[in-house]
Design a protein. Sequence first.
Length: 255
Amino acid sequence: MKSKKLIIGNWKMYPVSIKDAKTRFVDIKKLASTLRNVQTVICPPFVHVSDLQKLVTGHRCTIGAQNAWIENDGAYTGEVSPLMLSSLKLTHVIVGHSERRAIGESDELVNKKVLAGIKAGITVVLCVGEKVRDQDGDYMKFISGQIRLALHGVQKKDLAKVVIAYEPVWAIGKHALRPASTDDALEVSILIKKTLSDLYGKEGMVVPILYGGSVDAKNAWEFLMKSQVDGLLVGRASLDPKIFGEILMSAEKIK
Ligand code: PEP
């Protein structure tokens, strides 16, 4: 798995209509299903998940979810369980995205979501990243702390079901302060590897590391080449099949 690039599209709360979602997904799948070196995962809003899942053919382009709850069933109004997602054969679930942390998701809750996702047999895409970069490098301790808390109780045998996405909050979305540089991403990719190695030894190296934050067709190749990452988590640009297709092609060219 680690030799293939993993490119995940986070569609956030777009598009509104299922017709539109299907058109975009079919368009993306047309290219993605031809790529040997890339695993593509599209994470649409929950209401579109089931319809899009029916359009999946093969393993190269699959559907994931943007969130899941910590229990498999129960009195949790408005929540969706990881078992429901794995029953639909979704491959991945994003956990701890900064937009969810911003509305109150704590490290403790993120940890429970990581454990619940793994238990349900779904690959968890754990998002970590600092809000600001300070001069003293405290953001490094912050990120490593987020990883340690989120992976508490995760065993070595579970690591095949874990992906870590470095998403600096200041580089995400249309209000991004500035795009991260490939050096910014490289520094944290090395930190993540060091943290995984401290926690799990060399077995920690099976965990793919992604970069996310204002990735587009112009910078995707550079992040993949220069930042020691195994893939990308793409927000806005994943909604445009043409731009996302260019990102997928950049990943395909890297052996
Ligand atoms: C995201 O929301 O995960 C993200 C990376 O967004 P964008 O690519 O739009 O910055």
